[in-house]
Design a protein around this ligand. Structure first.
Ligand code: SF4
Ligand SMILES: [Zn+2]
Ligand SMILES: [Zn+2]
Length: 328
């Protein structure tokens, strides 16, 4: 269960059925509390400027709207929200902040659930996701909202889990730590990752070396998914070594009691959102490395060095990087 609590504040115009549906879709992942609010200050206004509603919510909550590590508050209304140019808004929140608002006017249950997930994701520091059916995908209108599933994709859920549990040891790709274990005998030392793990207990893994491959070695990519096959640039099948490396990495992490990892994005072993195309043309496509897939199946949350950077974990803690307006 993710902490701190998520407080869903329903305005009186939201039906009981909609309330139950939204609570159900979020209660699996959050400690959900509910409240009813009376938006008397907006009496007679069917259309409200989103920023005004957000300000009113901060006013109602007082200092708890600003507490770091305090509850997250999402106000849900059936009024129409608009931005400063009178464009329709479905939701508005601050990246890494405590308060957000959602308008469910004209939305069905799945769309409303996706929109609530979207703003709640922003409150916990998630940015937009390239997967169009993920609730964290950017959409500027109803059409985009309609094609979303009412939940997060695996990569976003892992990112959420990773950053919600800031304590405990972390598994890290050894190349990110500065070890020369990359296929070309070099490393990808990452200052943001080093900063993030400062003071934390760390276990370095390199699944490809753990699977018996030497360094340097030929570049490899996942060339087929059904069945999964990893090949080198010269066409050698190295799938077995990759699978063995994934199992060895899992064993090491489980023995060390590790539940979350930062692994190198784009790698056929370690990628968590992206892998190379399988055509050795330098392109990255959506996908996950073989080690990341196995760790995810075993409940270990994997994020990339790019997620650590993108989230700007320091920025969020210092309440910088706020997102002033978000249309969902
Ligand atoms: S397998 Fe992972 S840790 Fe090893 S070099 Fe590749 S990306 Fe880095
Ligand atoms: Zn996503
Ligand atoms: Zn957004």
């Amino acid at each position: 269960m993710i902490k701190p609590p998520l407080v869903l504040m329903f305005s009186v115009d939201v039906s009981g059925k909609m309330r139950r549906s939204l609570v159900n879709c979020l209660a699996h992942s959050f400690c959900v509390k509910t409240r009813q609010v009376d938006l008397a200050v907006f009496a007679g206004h069917d259309v409200i400027r989103g920023t005004q509603l957000l300000e009113e919510l901060c006013f109602m909550l007082g200092p708890s709207a600003m507490e770091s590590d305090g509850p997250k508050y999402l106000l849900i209304t059936r009024r129409h929200l608009v931005d400063s140019c009178e464009n329709r808004l479905y939701g508005l929140s601050e990246l890494g902040g405590n308060v957000g608002v959602v308008s469910v006017a004209g939305l069905d249950f799945r769309e409303a659930c996706a929109e609530c997930w979207h703003e709640v994701g922003h409150l916990w520091g998630l940015d937009h996701c390239p997967d169009p059916i993920c609730a964290m995908a950017f959409s500027s209108g109803k059409a985009g909202l309609s094609q979303k599933a009412g939940r997060l994709c695996r990569a976003c859920m892992n990112e959420l889990k990773f950053f919600m549990e800031p304590e405990g040891a972390v598994g890290v790709s050894r190349c990110l730590l500065g070890d020369n274990c990359r296929f070309d005998g070099k490393n990808c030392k990452d200052q943001d990752v080093l900063k993030y793990i400062e003071g934390k207990s760390v276990v370095g893994i390199c699944p490809e070396e753990m699977g018996g491959l030497s360094t340097p070695r030929e570049r490899s990519e996942i060339v087929s998914e059904h069945p999964v096959r990893v090949e080198t640039t010269t066409g050698k099948d190295v799938t077995e070594a990759f699978n063995q490396g994934a199992l060895a990495a899992l064993d090491t992490l489980i023995s060390a009691g590790i539940r979350r990892c930062i692994l190198k994005e784009g790698s056929p072993s370690c990628g968590s959102r992206l892998i190379h195309s399988g055509k050795f043309d330098g392109r990255r496509i959506p996908g996950r490395g073989l080690t990341t897939r196995l760790l995810d199946e075993r409940g270990i949350a994997v994020v990339s060095e790019e997620a650590v950077r993108r989230r700007g974990y320091l920025g969020i803690e210092q309440t910088k990087n706020k997102r002033p307006e978000d249309r969902g």
